[in-house]
Write a protein that binds this ligand. Structure first.
Ligand SMILES: Nc1ncnc2c1ncn2[C@@H]1O[C@H](COP(=O)(O)OP(=O)(O)O)[C@@H](O)[C@H]1O
Ligand SMILES: [Mg+2]
Length: 405
């Protein structure tokens, strides 16, 4: 089994997928823009070979270089787990006639309007929306859709350039902020709680499923710096309250023609109990979500994903043992982290339920909280009871304080 894996060491969790591939017996051919000598030590033993390209996002250039590099070798899979590379992987598969999702199928996971059209065409509940390219189109779409609405890039990520707009005046104030965005979605604002639905699929059917709740919704987490965003995996994901989401999500996979691999979907649960589609990617969620899912069941999804995409088999047990909360912290002030308060007390209280503490250490420069969901580090805590996992997560969110200057 020869596998081309794009960006095998970036973002850093890709190292784990590279390991997984090697562990299930694949010969991994990595392609990335880091120099071979700059690859992290942990990834090297799992790479059979590696090609450095000048610009990994320049699809046409990478396709030519990789084709030349592998000339005469038979390759079995081309894979990518980083959102910006899933289309490049599909184009390489198409060029070489390999199994896996085609560029057209992948487009349904990348272009938020095509995505919604396909999901809507399957009779599923999707926010009313329109593709907009000019200021005039934005105003027309707003007229048609009504307030409140959401304006967001067609291929966005991490809630960047995403705005909630409540009135015509707010619309006028938002339009100039969107000038850097070529194409956007103008969408009906959906009131409600926000959840994920994550899978590892074999032929579009989930071999593994997960739900997380966002506390608060990502758009709020990204607009208020003082918030410590919390995301908790829901151990009891098949409870009746969430059933509309599970049904919706499974049908979405069919509507979009999902093949093998990870999916990461977001959906809303309205106060009336209706599930409404948000968005979906054909790759794993970022910001340590796969670690959280692993802690939920004490499994290794990095390796099981590899087994699925190479051999169409998934061997991890399905039992969900814990609700796993991740809490992202943001320091007050700018510059370097100077001190952390409340951490010792929290760790003592959480005891063995605290599974990770990765706050930036004093002396480290703060991260830009707008650019990375990771903020200034995170804590992870797990408990079999939802209420307790929730309580311990919020104890970290409110009780631990980081300062910078
Ligand atoms: N139609 C909508 N109604 C309410 N909130 C929305 C809507 N669309 C997006 N959001 C909010 O904005 C966030 C980012 O939008 P999303 O479509 O998920 O883009 P991204 O690719 O940036 O994650 C969502 O997680 C949600 O909190
Ligand atoms: Mg999203």
């Amino acid at each position: 089994m020869r596998v081309v894996f794009l960006a095998p060491a970036y973002p850093p969790e890709m190292i784990q997928y590279t390991r997984g591939l090697a562990e299930v017996g694949a010969e991994v051919y990595g392609v990335g823009d880091s120099h071979r000598d700059a690859l992290p030590r942990e990834v090297k033993p799992h790479l059979h070979d590696y090609l450095q390209v000048p610009r990994i996002l320049d699809e046409d250039d990478v396709i030519e270089r990789v084709s030349l590099w592998l000339k005469g070798k038979s390759i079995d899979r081309v894979l990518a787990n980083w959102e910006v590379l899933v289309m490049l992987a599909a184009r390489l598969r198409q060029r070489w006639g390999l199994p896996g999702m085609s560029p057209d199928v992948v487009r349904g996971f990348r272009d938020k309007e095509i995505m919604k059209e396909r999901v809507r065409a399957a009779g599923l509940r999707v926010p009313r929306s329109r593709r907009v390219r000019t200021e005039r189109e934005v105003r027309e779409a707003a007229e048609e859709i009504g307030f409140p609405l959401i304006l967001k890039p067609i291929a966005g990520a991490g809630s960047a350039d995403t705005y909630q707009v409540r009135t015509a005046a707010e619309l006028e104030a938002t339009i100039p902020k969107m000038r850097g965005v070529q194409e956007a979605s103008c969408e009906e604002y959906v009131e409600g709680e926000e959840f994920t639905f994550d899978t590892v699929c074999i032929g579009g059917k989930p071999a593994y499923e997960n739900i997380c709740q966002y506390l608060p919704k990502p758009i709020e987490a990204r607009s208020l710096e003082w918030v410590s965003p919390v995301i908790i995996t829901v151990r009891d994901m098949y409870q009746p309250r969430l059933a509309p989401g599970v049904q919706l999500a499974r049908k979405v996979l069919g509507a979009l023609g999902m093949g093998d691999g990870f999916t990461h979907m977001e959906w809303f649960l309205t106060p009336k109990g209706e599930a409404i589609f948000g968005e979906i990617g054909c790759r794993p969620g970022g910001a340590h979500l796969v670690d959280q899912m692993n802690y939920t069941s004490d499994i290794d999804l990095f390796r099981e994903w590899a087994r699925v995409v190479c051999w169409k088999s998934f061997e991890a047990p399905a039992e969900r043992k814990y609700n796993v909360g991740i809490v992202f912290k943001r320091a007050q002030g700018q510059g370097r982290i100077t001190r952390i308060e409340g951490l010792g007390e929290w760790l003592r209280e959480a005891g063995p339920c605290a599974v990770e503490e990765r706050l930036l250490k004093p002396g480290t420069l703060r991260r830009n909280w707008k650019n990375t969901l990771l903020s200034d580090g995170h804590l992870m805590v797990r408990h079999p009871d939802w209420a307790e996992a929730h309580r311990l997560s919020f104890a970290a969110a409110t009780g631990i304080r980081m300062y910078a200057e």
